[in-house]
Ligand binder design. Structure first.
Ligand SMILES: [Zn+2]
Length: 1007
């Protein structure tokens, strides 16, 4: 047989493009177009139509300065000769069809203000009627958003478009099409038959007889199409394909659970404001599809997005509610937003789950069973325990498929976290979370699935995200044809719950992955947009304080507990932990808003704390020191207040040719004339910490020019070039008190300035480093380096409710890829019997390396990443003044690192009064840390305590209460009864034993 395969394939392309597809809409009639160029802010439909300001417009008109809203009114009359036909309005305001989402969009309203559906680049139709009478008037209003395109060509070119104050005012779009059309469903069905078979054929081997069977059938099908009457010949042409479409899938074909989805980033290349509308457009499309396609199931994550819908689009929300009740619109994820998981603190990560799950329970009576984070930039090793404690049983991720270096070895597996909790985890092997159910994607899912042989099922989230409008009717037509088709995986449209039930049943002994799911990519997100990160870190700790002091004031003095305010403030902080906000990968507008919001939250929390502390302190004039940290500090109990009891301590200062020597009983620090630390001597251990020939506190500037994804990525080659900023303009003793000496260091370089205070206080084995950077660099990574004479091959880094170890060598590609990692309040390096901690109050990015000393052995350098200045998507990222606090603690074990981390982030407060405050709850074992002390969310007045084992060992603690509990019950994160049930207690407390890194939540009822 002669090989005419290519010729036939080209025939299929041409016939589809020029003959068959155009025949779906064989006739068109014009509509009258009017526009009202609204304000820059969204305007409700009621105000648009009634404004009387509509002006005549035409196809070809330009509209839409960046971020503006334009209302289009489309009016027409169905031609009488179309009687009996299905008719649709087609409106293309200027879509770039190559990229669904990320550009202009529209929401279609009827004149009465009710919503019809969204208009998106591959979804630009509005059904007028299934069967028109002919002659009837048609009128729709379209609220069109002129969202600028940022990622059109993926060139990452800096642009001013991301801030309404700097964006140009030229219109971005041009109306391309506005007309009524006949919609010929017979031809549409023929298109789907041909497309599905054509796509499938091209995935099959040329050795596969099935490929040739499909090719010949398509050839004969096209023979049957009459180009002068495609509609009339469509059914006959489809009949030719029926036998090939009826052949069932192979018995062992991969099984795909196709779940309708739209990954909508809560803010990113658009502000939160726009996401509210993106959600409405997508949801309105989904509701329409649910009506038309009984098999369709849609999963939506992020409680915040449902809350927006409820507030801004109550009618859509009511329809969603009834589809949720029917089990077809499925809330998933159990989190307030799809948060970053590297950086949120322990309690914040818990609250993402608490607020997410509770919202779905309260709104819909639905207990979500999974955490759904396909796009977050790596997954913290604390998550498995948190997922289990929230009452969920499995995890859906995906992003590690983006790894630059190593291919992650599993798609379905048990993921084990730092405490040993194992959670069933699925990373969809289709490697996208916005599939269009193309044959290529499905073939990839099947071929890529790593658990073949043991398991045979994967989940495919399908639907355009980010304003692409979600799943389309075309995708559902494809899914229907692929349910049981030879050569294709079997596709079933179903819910995530149905997927996981089957996945669990077929794979009873999945492999285990231990520790974090580190993303070998986007490592710059631990550092970009330092202001947003600082706001997050400060507010996480202020929230802890506000709850602690408000609960204490409530139990002791009856001061009303600010439930609603705390709920609102928590949600603001949680929202800004979204996976493009806290990581610093959004446009300027988003970061300005996040930082403003953090400021408002901070002020309000300060007020709550102040109110509660005043109530507790009483009316006297004695200075009382409040200690909000979970460990005793200078004689003040954790969670209590007392007059300062710090013993009198002294620091000696001497000046030598070399520089300044600061000395207390625990540490001797030498700071040279360049402002670097040339000696750190620990007298108790008789150890010099600064390796010979090196110096600590060295700022280092690296060119920071990643290949792609500027705000996201630090590429490994940044290390090849570095400037050590050793020149100091000023190194002088600034403060010299008996109990404290500070050395002031000023450095200027390029357009920036670094001002530091290096402080040693009496009695403490810690060097405090306060750094202020006035930053005006571009594409530069600033690090602060501390070499220490410690021989080790690993570092410990704090994560939520514990810490994890990471190798600091480069033995394997997995080790080498972790050249920049995330830590919370501290990192620790140690050898047997001795370690050093570096604690921080706002940084997350770190790298720790080892190097051979001339005298033998290795030393370790700890570097904190302070600032970047990527130019995309925010060209002015990180410009301005930033403050950082670090504490270097020689001789620290893990317990000391934990303590220093809390201490640095929870400075004490002094309030004048007359009554010392007994802690509401204390733990007598410093390894058992009280992460949260608060009142129960249900308003019962019960005290809720969340504590965890922080050292990685087994620990028993006596928990003492400042009140007499009548019952102590173990609960889950949501404060619901947990398996352990009632805990035996005395009037003043109880004993607890925790396994390594175990988190416990306890509810203490009192009279
Ligand atoms: Zn995303």
């Amino acid at each position: 047989m002669h090989d005419d395969g290519k010729l036939t394939e080209e025939r299929i392309d041409r016939m589809l493009r020029d003959r068959v597809r155009p025949a779906v809409r064989p006739e068109a009639a014009p509509v009258t177009l009017d526009t009202w160029h609204g304000t820059s802010a969204p305007v409700p439909v009621a105000n648009s139509g009634s404004s009387g300001e509509y002006r005549g417009a035409e196809v070809g008109d330009r509209w839409g300065p960046p971020w503006s809203t334009t209302w289009f009114r489309l009016r027409g009359e169905v031609p009488t000769e179309w009687a009996g036909r299905a008719v649709e309005l087609v409106f293309d305001p200027g879509f770039d069809h190559r990229r669904p989402g990320f550009q202009c969009e529209g929401l279609v309203y009827r004149p009465d203000g009710s919503i019809v559906k969204g208009l998106n680049p591959r979804n630009e139709w509005v059904r007028v009627s299934e069967a028109v009478a002919g002659g009837e008037p048609v009128e729709f209003h379209v609220e069109a958003a002129a969202n600028p395109v940022f990622l059109g060509d993926h060139s990452f070119t800096p642009t001013e478009l991301g801030d309404p104050d700097t964006a140009a005012t030229e219109p971005l779009y041009r109306v391309e099409r506005a007309e009524l059309t006949i919609f010929d469903n017979r031809v549409e069905q023929l298109v789907h038959d041909i497309e599905v078979l054509d796509q499938l054929m091209r995935q099959l081997s040329t050795d596969d007889p099935r490929r040739w069977e499909i090719l010949r059938s398509l050839d004969r099908c096209l023979d049957a199409v009459d180009p002068r009457d495609v509609s009339g010949s469509a059914d006959r042409a489809r009949e030719v394909l029926t036998p090939v479409l009826r052949k069932p899938a192979h018995a062992s074909a991969h099984r795909v659970s196709a779940v309708g989805h739209a990954h909508i980033d809560s803010a990113w290349l658009w502000p939160f404001r726009e996401t509210v509308r993106k959600v409405a457009r997508t949801v309105s499309n989904v509701l329409g599809l649910l009506e038309e396609h009984p098999e369709f199931v849609f999963a939506m994550s992020q409680a915040q997005q449902f809350a927006w819908l409820e507030r801004h689009y109550p009618r859509l929300h009511r329809r969603v509610r009834s589809e949720v009740a029917a089990g077809r619109f499925v809330p998933v994820g159990g989190m307030w937003v799809e948060a970053d998981t590297n950086m949120p603190g322990g309690e914040a990560m818990a609250r993402q789950l608490v607020h997410g799950k509770r919202f779905f329970l309260d709104e819909f009576g639905v207990e979500t069973d999974e955490v759904w984070l396909p796009d977050s930039f790596g997954y913290s090793a604390a998550l498995p325990q948190l997922i289990a404690l929230s009452g969920s049983s499995w995890f859906l991720g995906q992003k590690v498929a983006w790894n630059q270096t190593n291919e992650f070895p599993h798609h379905t597996f048990h993921w084990e976290g730092i405490d040993g909790t194992r959670i069933l985890t699925h990373l969809p092997p289709v490697d996208v979370y916005d599939s269009e159910l193309s044959a290529a994607e499905l073939a990839h899912a099947s071929a890529n699935f790593a658990e073949k042989g043991g398991a045979n099922r994967s989940l495919v989230p399908f639907g355009w995200g980010d304003g692409g409008g979600g799943p389309t009717r075309e995708m559902l037509e494809r899914a229907g044809r692929l349910s049981d088709l030879e050569g294709s995986p079997r596709v079933t449209v179903e819910s995530p719950a149905e997927f996981v039930r089957e996945a669990r049943a077929e794979y009873t002994e999945p492999p285990v992955w231990v520790g974090e799911l580190y993303l070998e990519f986007h490592r710059g997100t631990y550092t970009s947009q330092a202001g947003t990160k600082r706001g997050n870190r400060r507010n996480e700790h202020l929230l802890r304080e506000a709850e602690l002091w408000a609960a204490t004031a409530n139990v002791y003095h009856g001061l009303p507990y600010p439930h609603e305010r705390l709920d609102r403030l928590w949600k603001a902080v949680l929202r800004n932990q979204f996976h493009d906000v806290l990581p610093g990968s959004s446009i300027a507008w988003v970061h300005h808003e996040a930082e403003r919001e953090h400021e408002l939250v901070r002020n309000e929390l300060a007020e709550i704390i102040d109110r509660a502390q005043r109530e507790l302190a009483g009316s006297g004039s004695t200075p009382l020191v409040f200690n909000g940290a979970p460990h005793e500090r200078d004689g003040i109990p954790a969670g209590g207040a007392a007059p300062s009891a710090a013993p009198v301590t002294f620091v000696e200062l001497s000046e030598t040719d070399e520089g300044f020597v600061l000395r207390n009983e625990s540490l001797r620090v030498t700071i040279d004339r360049r402002g670097t630390v040339t000696s750190l001597y620990d007298p108790a251990a008789d150890r010099e910490l600064v390796p010979e020939g090196s110096a600590g506190n060295v700022p280092r500037a690296h060119p920071d020019l990643p290949n792609r994804w500027d705000a996201w990525d630090v590429d490994a080659f940044y290390r090849n070039n570095v400037t050590e900023l050793l020149d100091a303009e000023e190194v002088a003793v600034r403060q010299n008190a008996a109990d404290r000496v500070s050395v002031h260091v000023v450095r200027s370089f390029s357009d920036s300035r670094i001002t530091q205070e290096l402080t040693l206080r009496g009695g403490a084995a810690r060097l405090e480093i306060d750094t202020e950077v006035d930053w005006h660099e571009s594409e530069t990574l600033l690090k602060l380096a501390f070499p220490v004479d410690v021989h080790t091959d690993r570092m410990a880094a704090e994560t939520q409710f514990g810490h994890l170890y990471r190798p600091i060598h480069e033995n394997t590609s997995w080790d080498a890829a972790k050249f920049e990692t995330c830590a919370h309040r501290w990192v620790h390096v140690g050898e047997a019997g001795y370690g050093v901690a570096l604690a921080n109050d706002t940084t997350y990015g770190h790298d720790v390396t080892r190097w051979a000393k001339n005298s033998g052995g290795t030393a370790t350098t700890v570097r904190a990443s302070l600032l970047r200045a990527p130019r995309f998507p925010d060209p002015d990222a990180d410009q301005g003044t930033h403050r950082f606090r670090h504490v270097l603690v020689p001789g620290a074990d893990i317990g000391a690192a934990v303590r220093e981390g809390y201490r640095l982030n929870l400075p004490s407060r002094t309030v004048h009064g007359d009554s010392p405050v007994e802690p509401l709850v204390t733990s007598d074992n410093p390894a058992v840390v009280l992460e949260a002390v608060k009142l129960a969310e249900d308003g019962s007045g019960d005290v809720v305590v969340r504590l965890y084992e922080s050292s990685g060992g087994r620990a028993t603690s006596r928990v003492t209460t400042g009140f007499a509990p009548v019952s102590v019950r173990a609960t889950d994160l949501l404060e619901r009864p947990w398996a352990d049930g009632e805990i035996e207690h005395a009037p003043t407390g109880f004993r607890l034993t925790l396994r390594p890194f175990e988190i416990r939540t306890l509810r203490l009822a009192w009279a």
